[in-house]
Write a protein that binds this ligand. Structure first.
Ligand code: G3P
Length: 214
């Protein structure tokens, strides 16, 4: 399973990269805005750190605007993936970009049929937002299960990026279901590595070692 980091924070990306945990990066306009930096400058810097896909999202809502932005953004790096919203205009842009061999990630997906349409339009990636469904008392992971089944039924190549991940259980469930990728906020990634019994065990090993050295 691939781990993408869901952030536009370069310090976080460098830290997770040094742990070997960054197979790619996803950003969105909100994450970019949070950094208070120039969009293209941040994306370029991320591309210099990460070899895998670096997702940059368009902000136009019409197909032609999305295409113009996408064709400009792909010049930043060979690994740029264009995030396109799951709208009719977004599907049209996805089809055109796919025909031009530009990789897209159809984002803001909340239903299995939206995911089916994204795959049919030629999306390289699809992003179901599970945390936001959970927020509405709808089971986000059920959506991921349904997309996995549909893509497997018809052998679509589109990779599933589980997005809007809020806690370690979301990552565990994504892995058990067989999603291709989880895009994880740095705060959640940090929690995955720790366990109180690891800390307790390490402390006791080191205490015993110190005693034996006296
Ligand atoms: O990858 C999409 C993600 O950034 C959305 O997460 O927590 O804003 O729903 P959240």
């Amino acid at each position: 399973m691939k781990f993408f980091l869901d952030t536009a924070n370069v310090r976080e990306i460098k830290e997770a990269h040094s742990m070997g945990m960054v197979d790619g990066v996803t950003t969105n306009p909100s994450l970019i805005a949070k950094e208070g930096r120039d969009f293209e400058e941040v994306i370029k810097e991320i591309c210099e750190i990460v070899d895998g896909p670096v997702n940059a999202e368009v902000v136009s809502v019409d197909t032609e605007g999305m295409l113009k932005e996408a064709r400009h953004l792909v010049r930043i790096g060979d690994n740029i993936v264009i995030k396109v919203p799951m709208t009719v205009d977004g599907l049209k842009a996805t089809r055109r970009l796919s025909d031009e061999n530009i990789k897209t990630n159809v984002t803001l997906v909340f239903s299995p049929l939206q995911a089916l349409m994204a795959a049919k339009a030629g999306a390289a990636f699809v992003s179901p937002f599970i945390g936001r469904l959970d927020d509405l008392s709808q089971e986000g992971m059920l959506l991921v299960e349904q997309i996995v089944e549909i893509y497997s039924n018809y052998a679509f190549d589109t990779e599933i990026i589980v997005a809007s991940i809020r806690n370690p259980l979301h990552v565990l469930d994504s892995a058990l279901i067989g999603a291709d990728i989880a895009t994880i906020p740095f705060s959640v990634l940090s929690k995955l590595a720790s366990h109180p019994l690891t800390d307790k065990g390490l402390k006791s090993f080191l205490d015993d070692w110190k005693k034996s050295q006296k």
